[in-house]
Design a protein around this ligand. Structure first.
Ligand SMILES: [Zn+2]
Length: 232
């Protein structure tokens, strides 16, 4: 399935883009929008993400993909809802300030026992969630056939995009995302109905992410197996 996805995406890349993901003039097909917030907590996140130029960074990452129609990446206040989604009718990926606040609440004050810094534990999942929702958008805009579950495919494509970043950056985002999946996973008490959900369990999503990372570069991600995060 990953190969099929990559093939379709490769067709959307500029010819001659080579193995490194080069920037294209199509980058302006991705619009970014930081929506003003009312709640003080959301306002603080709004300011922080603007200063970090989060959305501009994501636009840069996506600039290698030639989109047939514009896509909007948006940060928004969501009436207290911890959420993120892609809306096909407006071709908009929305991540709520409330989601980022939840991620901040779960992040270590300084550094986790496994060495994940607060910055990584916040920015990693934010990037992963944006890329997961953007993957839904790419499936829609590029008419990508999905052979399995779309939620799994969105996680896989998000991971593939992350693993194409500079190695240190990829490692930080993978470690941060793994921290959040593990945090959610620790609270998960799966019932029968959860097995019928369109998402995998968080523990499964965690292992899938780590497995893709390890499989992409055994040396760079060997520590995941060495310290037992990923079973042999
Ligand atoms: Zn999804």
């Amino acid at each position: 399935m990953i190969r099929a996805l990559l093939l379709v995406l490769a067709l959307a890349l500029l010819p001659g883009a080579g193995p490194a993901w080069a920037r294209t003039a199509e980058g302006d097909r991705v619009r970014v929008l930081y929506q003003a917030a009312k709640a003080p907590e959301a306002q603080a996140i709004y300011r922080e993400m603007r200063e970090r130029r989060l959305l501009e960074g994501l636009r840069e990452t996506l600039s290698v993909i030639r989109l047939p129609r514009p896509l909007t990446l948006r940060l928004s206040e969501c009436d207290g809802e911890v959420n993120a989604w892609y809306a096909p009718e407006t071709r908009t990926v929305t991540v709520c300030y409330e989601f980022i606040q939840d991620v901040q609440n779960r992040a270590p004050k300084d550094t986790s026992p496994a060495g994940v810094t607060r910055h990584q534990a916040v920015m990693g999942p934010v990037a992963q969630v944006f890329l997961h929702e953007t993957s839904h958008a790419l499936f829609h805009l590029l008419d990508v056939p999905i052979l399995g579950r779309e939620e799994d495919a969105a996680d896989q494509l998000a991971a593939l995009i992350l693993l194409r970043l500079k190695p240190a950056q990829a490692r930080q985002i993978i470690n941060g995302s793994a921290f959040l999946f593990a945090s959610y996973g620790a609270e998960e008490k799966p019932e029968k109905a959860d097995l019928a959900d369109d998402h995998g369990l968080f523990q499964q999503r965690l292992y899938n992410l780590l497995c893709l990372a390890y499989g992409s570069d055994e040396r760079a991600f060997g520590y995941l197996v060495d310290r037992g995060d990923l079973p042999k």
